[in-house]
Design a binder for this molecule. Structure first.
Ligand code: ACO
Length: 360
């Protein structure tokens, strides 16, 4: 058996949920191209579409599901309140880890409760650590609108909600990425959905996966001026650093999510200057990457413009991964259920390269 430490090229699951076509730069979500979903449908529509016949909820239709998710946010809010003082002392992703770990695996309404807990928990943690009262959910609102309202403590504009909803849709599911694979591994042991989602969040946290967008802003800040870009980026690569927001295991031509999110940032008037600066940095990064890593096609990934979008929405940069989780939790749940239905334990092998036992 050959060793493949990163599992690239290994097909470990069959899924009806999403297809990541790296050669064509295409993302299919349950039969729909990403570009035909983002900006055209609501997040609730996508949740219902992804979950139909996979995740049991009272209805997969948009309106009843929106109402049920709104109700789930209210229930989740009551559930997390006692945990907030402890959670708010942690970094936002670690706070979410704590809140998710508190969800019992045998709750009857678990799928929507988990989606609600991430959104409500993130917002409440950010408010609490800022010394403000957590904002209770409004069950009448869509999930994206309520998430932004709860984080900011004021009603966001329609344009802002549309931009966030586009991002959330774009980040909802993406084949067998590291966090989704984690969810499937845990689900395959029959540990339960809450456990699968909590484990997936831990995998998302790392900077090579969902932890990248905060450091993208750190990088833009460190570069400071367009003139400084190429020298700064070249020095970073010379040190062996990775440029956050660039490269992808599967996409070779383009990450279609990057274009969708970039358009969404463009709709936010306050981001125009920042986008121009970021475009300059992006071009410099692609030039430097092509020069230093000629054997590898390294393009802009989802996280680069995600960082700009979340910054323009005034979300603190250390909460970017939490917003990502608010979207990806939908995919984790669907994949965990799909895996559990196969009743097949995921259990690869390692090759032992340690010392052999001494003969007695
Ligand atoms: N900056 C610099 N070099 C890079 C980058 C990068 N962003 N990405 C890959 N490389 C280089 C590697 O150093 C390696 O070079 P070498 O062959 O000279 O050693 C080569 O490209 C191949 O690297 P791999 O690690 O095999 O690439 P892989 O496909 O496994 O990595 C990953 C994918 C982790 C996303 C990588 O591109 C990376 O670290 N990017 C930066 C972090 C980031 O943006 N993460 C978000 C990803 S999108 C998401 O998770 C939603």
């Amino acid at each position: 058996m050959s060793l493949n430490s990163g599992l690239e090229g290994v097909i470990a699951a069959e899924t009806i949920l999403s297809e990541v076509d790296g050669a064509a730069g295409r993302l299919i979500l349950r039969g729909h191209q990403l570009q035909d979903v983002a900006g055209h449908h609501s997040l609730e529509w996508l949740i219902g579409t992804l979950w139909r016949d996979v995740v049991p909820v009272s209805s997969h239709d948009q309106e009843p599901l929106r109402a049920a998710l709104g109700q789930a946010r209210c229930t989740a809010f009551d559930t997390i309140i006692p945990l907030l003082p402890q959670a708010a002392r942690l970094a936002p992703t670690e706070a979410l880890r704590l809140l998710l770990a508190g969800v019992p695996d045998d709750r009857p309404d678990l799928p929507l409760h988990l989606v609600a807990t991430v959104a409500v928990g993130l917002a409440a943690v950010l408010r609490t650590r800022a010394g403000a009262e957590p904002v209770p959910p409004d069950a009448e609102l869509g999930h994206a609108a309520d998430l932004l309202r709860m984080i900011r403590g004021q009603t966001p504009s329609g344009t802002e909600v549309a931009a966030l909803e586009t991002y959330l849709i774009t980040a909802t599911d993406h084949g067998l990425n590291a966090s989704t694979f984690t969810a499937r591994v845990v689900a395959s042991t029959r540990a339960g959905l809450g456990s699968a989602v909590t484990a997936a969040l831990c995998a998302l946290k790392g900077p090579l996966h969902g932890g990248a967008p905060g450091p993208v802003i750190d990088m833009l800040d460190a570069i400071g001026t367009p003139e400084n870009a190429e020298a700064w980026l070249d020095a970073a690569l010379a040190r062996g650093d990775r440029l956050m927001g660039f490269g992808h295991r599967i996409y070779r031509v383009t990450d279609p999510r990057s274009d969708v999110v970039k358009r969404a940032v463009g709709s936010l008037g306050n981001a125009a200057g920042r986008i121009r600066f970021a475009e300059h940095i992006e071009q410099a990064a692609l030039t430097v990457l092509a020069r230093r890593k000629p054997s590898r096609s390294l393009q802009t990934n989802l996280e680069f413009y995600t960082a700009l979008l979340l910054e323009a929405l005034e979300i603190p940069r250390d909460a970017f991964t939490g917003v990502f989780a608010a979207a990806r939790v939908v995919g984790w749940i669907a994949h965990a259920q799909e895996q559990a239905a196969t009743q097949r334990l995921i259990r690869p092998q390692s090759r032992y390269v340690g010392p052999l036992a001494e003969a007695a």
